[in-house]
Design a binder for this molecule. Sequence first.
Ligand SMILES: Cc1cc2nc3c(=O)[nH]c(=O)nc-3n(C[C@H](O)[C@H](O)[C@H](O)COP(=O)(O)OP(=O)(O)OC[C@H]3O[C@@H](n4cnc5c(N)ncnc54)[C@H](O)[C@@H]3O)c2cc1C
Length: 385
Amino acid sequence: MPINRNLSEEQILLRDTVRKFAEEVIRPVAAELDEKELFSNEITKQMFDMGFMGAFIPEHYGGADLDYVSYIIIVEELSRVDGSNAATVAAHNSLGVGPIYYFGNDEQKNKYLTKLSSGYLWGFGLTEPEAGSDAGNTQTTAIEDGDYWVLNGSKIFITNASTDITLGSTILAVSGTRPDGKKEYSCFLVENDTPGYTAKPIHRKMMWRASNTSEIYLDNVRVHKSAMLGKRGDGFRQMLKTLDYGRLSIASMGLGLAQGACDYAINYSKNRKAFGQPISHFQATAFKFADIEIGLELSRNYLYDVCRMANQGLNITKEGAIAKLYCSELAHMASNHAVQILGGYGLIKEYEAERYYRDAKLLEIGEGTSEIQRLVIARQMGCFD
Ligand SMILES: Cc1cc2nc3c(=O)[nH]c(=O)nc-3n(C[C@H](O)[C@H](O)[C@H](O)COP(=O)(O)OP(=O)(O)OC[C@H]3O[C@@H](n4cnc5c(N)ncnc54)[C@H](O)[C@@H]3O)c2cc1C
């Protein structure tokens, strides 16, 4: 159980409420949803009702108006039980709602934020088949045509983009050439029912199997110029800024997953006997828990601290990358130890350790791979100047 250090009474109450919800509503069905690759509209609706979506959006847009630590606690507690449903919440808040809230004009905020806080999902369309880590290689184009923009291209791996309750996605496209000859990027808010726009789920994933991951195809998609997010040419900066914050929620998924895997394995190790004693009594087992606990303490304190920086509007490019990298590697280590501690049972689906192990892997890849996080950190240190 995490220590209540530096948390307000409201944050502790929130943590306990989310934990209860995750344990009572999600845990009983998480394995089945994962096995059958089912995105649950019903659980998602309940998470909207609980105020987990639109978490940091002001109340007048229907949001919960929470600070960043509180939002991150929601994601952490959901991840402690299930990566898929946590991913739905993390992606919707950080990647779906975030860009519209931070970069949208009043008209766009009024049009979308209340809906996105109360029942509809929104995706973040950055990655393409030829543009993952190398996002600058975006191939999707936007060509101006009177009062409209015409979009062509495709996106891949977009979370929440093709559920029954998805309203649309933010799409990054090359919208022209800058005076210095480099590509100009802009973002567009594109609704799912726009003619020429197709979003469809990707199946047979190793992890987050109950979350929605989509391909998007844009075939002469015409959007009014009012659908441009912020200023023309600001698209790349908007996407990078969004990722700075998004990395905090991936970090919190790593922290929560590591805590969940640890709790699960400790409980198992106290009940499993070998050579006449619980396996938790063997130092080889106990030291694994000690290593995880060190990581949990350090990463929780660091992540909450970075969230407090985010609350103050400080730049968190380096700190967000450190938190994301450290917490996702902690999740990898903790879930690996959990499987090892369960022995053969750790490899069987009836036990939750293997799901933690699979779900952890995405955290080292999504929203910038571990290699890219190291690049971001080194760049912030001036290594490449
Ligand atoms: C389940 C899931 C959900 C996702 N959700 C979203 C989403 O909502 N929106 C979205 O836009 N994207 C999303 N993504 C995409 C994700 O962010 C990308 O997969 C990720 O950024 C890596 O890109 P890539 O897969 O093209 O790998 P690549 O970029 O091809 O990387 C392959 C390997 O090369 C390494 N590499 C690449 N460049 C360098 C370099 N310069 N130095 C060192 N190593 C390097 C990488 O670290 C990696 O190990 C999601 C992905 C998954 C799997």
